[in-house]
Design a protein around this ligand. Structure first.
Ligand code: ZN
Length: 461
């Protein structure tokens, strides 16, 4: 039961506008991709770090469990609440506080949307490389707390690599201001890392200092087809080495995925015949369009000569480029198969071919008719697997999970490359982490949040 005294105290901090109650809460959906309403009675909406700190002091005093909310675009039930939990939303923390073009940083409150940050950087002639399909809805605080990945990780790293500093509020309201703006800073522990990727279980991120990059001056994109996985992995080495380590994207689609997203009712047409086992979307961002295009073409010609690819289509314009990316991004087509389950595993590239065979074999032992489509950020060791077996009852879900996660155990692959753990994967965390690692995680949690009020039950517990 959320106590009345609690409501009174938080209202005195936030004012009437800073708190939503009853139907104002339940008329909202629990997530962008979730149809059910939010299960909670209260949403607290601080405007800044100080208000956030004050309300956390109250939450901690009342031992009131809270769940932080950003754009609600997560995929692992990290922002799901029960009726006894109170939501702290970053929806009023939406200021970009500074863009420092010389220092190449952007400082923003946690609730600023990723797309707004990209556009702000762009308007100053700079570039913020983090990019994902949910850019228009997800918030930078959510990106930070889940260490979001996306399509440019091979070149720029995950969110963790794009954050120079941050400010977070602990369960007891203490403000940890690590608003570092320098690329180098070895003055003791790098405390910001505690809060990046910990899904709001160790503290709530209120502000970030982001590292901006210079804007790429050329884009070179191609869709390639290969006959074998061996060719795909050799192609990665071939292209990246000829680009001197400057490859920006290397996205691979297995045939099932390509077929689905380039056949009606999907709106995209196949730019390359649908008969090949693998399709690779490659991108290189450089500094001189004419020279880079020439070099890019040469690299692809060499790949053909070395028999690493069988077919290729090169984007001749920005509209061509968008069309190629639209194929890769049309994940929605999977819903044609009925209820689906989306996985994001990571594993060494040289284990991938055997692993996918194993997963399919295991699935065929349970179901006669099933779908298992595969695509992903191969160069980041990250594959997305989408499974559909005609139902999503708890037993089908756990069988699908077993089929996908168990084969990872032998080479310590990860049950989450980029989506996180939340509630969805906590039973499988032991596949990717040792007992000692899990014990250290739990001891950090107990130490920083002894009353277990911050996103309780997520990740483990
Ligand atoms: Zn992804």
């Amino acid at each position: 039961m959320v106590e009345e005294k609690f409501i009174k105290e938080v209202t005195s901090v936030l004012g009437e506008k800073g708190i939503l109650l009853g139907s104002e809460v339940t008329e909202r959906k629990a997530g962008i991709w979730i149809e059910e309403p939010i299960k909670s009675k209260v949403i607290l909406r601080p405007r800044n770090t100080e208000e956030l700190s004050k309300i956390l002091i109250v939450c901690n005093k009342f031992k009131q469990p809270i769940v932080p909310h950003g754009g609600l675009t997560g995929l692992v039930e990290s922002a799901i609440t029960n009726e006894e939990e109170v939501i702290i939303s970053s929806e009023r923390m939406i200021n970009i506080e500074e863009v420092d073009v010389t220092g190449r940083t952007l400082t923003a409150q946690a609730g600023v949307k990723l797309q707004t940050i990209q556009e702000e950087a762009e308007s100053k002639g700079m570039f913020f490389p983090l990019d994902l399909g949910a850019r228009g809805s997800c918030t930078i605080g959510g990106n930070a707390s889940t260490n979001a990945g996306g399509n440019r990780v091979i070149r720029y790293g995950m969110t963790r690599e794009l954050i120079l500093g941050l400010e977070a509020v602990l369960a007891d309201g203490k403000i940890i201001s690590s608003m570092n703006k320098m690329l180098k800073n070895n003055a003791g522990y790098d405390l910001k890392q505690l809060f990046i990727g910990s899904e709001g279980t160790l503290g709530i991120i209120s502000k970030v200092v982001l590292r901006l990059q210079e804007k790429p001056l050329s884009q070179n994109t191609a869709l390639l087809a290969a006959e074998s996985f061996q060719q795909v992995s050799e192609l990665l080495k071939h292209i990246d080495s000829m680009l001197g380590g400057n490859l920006s994207a290397f996205e691979v689609m297995w045939r099932d995925f390509y077929l689905l997203v380039t056949s009606p009712p999907a709106i995209n047409k196949p730019p390359i015949d649908q008969k090949y086992p693998y399709y690779i979307l490659v991108e290189y961002s450089g500094s001189d369009q004419a020279k880079d295009s020439e070099h890019f073409n040469l690299i692809l010609e060499k790949a053909l000569e070395k028999n690493l690819i069988t077919d290729a289509v090169i984007a001749k314009s920005e509209s061509d480029r968008r069309k190629l990316w639209a194929i890769r991004d049309d994940v929605e087509q999977q819903y044609q198969y009925g209820p689906i389950k989306i996985f994001d595993v990571s594993l060494p590239i040289n284990c991938m071919e055997g692993y996918i065979k194993d997963v399919r074999k295991k699935m065929s032992e349970h179901w006669k008719d099933f779908h298992c489509t595969v695509f992903g950020h191969l160069a980041d060791c990250n594959l997305h697997i989408i499974t559909a077996v005609g139902g999503n009852d708890p037993s089908s879900i756990s069988k699908m999970e077993e089929c996908v996660y168990e084969p990872l155990r032998s080479f310590r692959g990860s049950v989450s490359a980029e989506h996180g753990i939340g509630l969805e994967k906590k039973n499988y965390l032991g596949i990717s982490r040792t007992d000692e690692e899990l014990a250290l995680m739990k001891s950090l949690k107990n130490n920083l949040d002894p009353n277990n009020i911050l996103n309780p039950g997520k990740i483990f517990g």
